[in-house]
Design a protein around this ligand. Sequence first.
Ligand SMILES: Cc1ncc(COP(=O)(O)O)c(C=O)c1O
Length: 397
Amino acid sequence: MVSNTNDKKKLGKGTKSVHSGTSPSENSLNTPVYQTSTFYLDDKGYKMWMAGEPRAPVYSGRYYNPTNRAVERKIADLEGAEDALVFSSGMAAICTTLINFLGQGDRIVTTRNLYGGTVGVLDQDFVRFGIDVHYVDVRDLDAVENALKEKETKILYCETVTNPLLEISDLPALAALAKKYGAVSIVDSTFATPISCNPIEHGFDLVIHSLTKMLNGHSDILGGTVAGKTKTINKIWEKLRNFGGSMDPHQASLVERGMKTLQIRYERSTETAAKLANWLEAHPKIKKVIYPGLKSHDDFELSKKILSDSGNMVSFVVNGGDDEGRKMLNNMSVASQAISLGGVESLISMPYATTHASWTQEARIAAGIDLGFIRFSTGLEDFEDLKNDFDQALSSL
Ligand SMILES: Cc1ncc(COP(=O)(O)O)c(C=O)c1O
């Protein structure tokens, strides 16, 4: 157990992944699963409850649960944040966090190049409640500044590495702009993970992750988190309590266990992804490979400033278009066709039939998602097996 706070800050991310937050009880090595909906109302809990203090230990999930708390502490330490909150899903984390800052008529400046579900809720629901959702290309810093200057803005929102184009956001520049114009800067860093990037160190106020992906890493739960300053996290906690998108303690226990191997899973899958990206780029049936570690990537230089490595996601385009891409996917046998990512197993999908299924072909192509575009999430299988799998699937085209 690592207990001294000053010493803890100096620890590496592997050590933090294993030890931070883990809360033994009755001499157990691991955090027990506090599978309970409520707690005995003792004096401490009663006083906190009556005073409206965050996390009164009286009622689970929406208020406080020690298993959830272990995950929150682990995430906060890994992100270099003061505190964190966990939610039932990434979308619950995103919506609850955004709603904390936005009311009728308020502006959020963001980009369309986000996870499709986030654009969906902004367009379908936030707009319905009179929120001014203003899209710009966040890689165009002048456009961001103009949007912030034009109207008082509550939130500047982006993703560290975008899905599925793997574009990199210039976090220090965006954080500085948000600060200059008094907006709260919030970033979804799911693809980067806290191993590769700590947005708070780059000046961002809040960092969000879908825990469903790399942090849990075993494709067996949904979860979400937000990390930042204690004062802000306590305000968002009030919204978690009100809206109720809380994590179940059994789910939290799985996330805590998954996170213990985060660093090693991330590093190994990133190493394999880099080898695959290079191999795919030289393949005659591949039109284009998009991977931040390749010199051909538009953000190759920027990625070195923002990320500590190039990540485990690889996007590429096969010659011949969507039908050829679909044929290739159907021929893969080691990698599985599925729409999620960040698991121990490699997952492969085509945005045209998944995340971008509701887009017109023209809109998709205009956004940079060419015909035959494939997204690959690298798992822990051996490089040779994955390479051979790609080779045989591509040879059928
Ligand atoms: C970048 C990103 N953010 C958020 C989410 C939403 O997370 P969840 O599915 O856990 O609600 C996803 C889901 O794919 C994602 O890819």
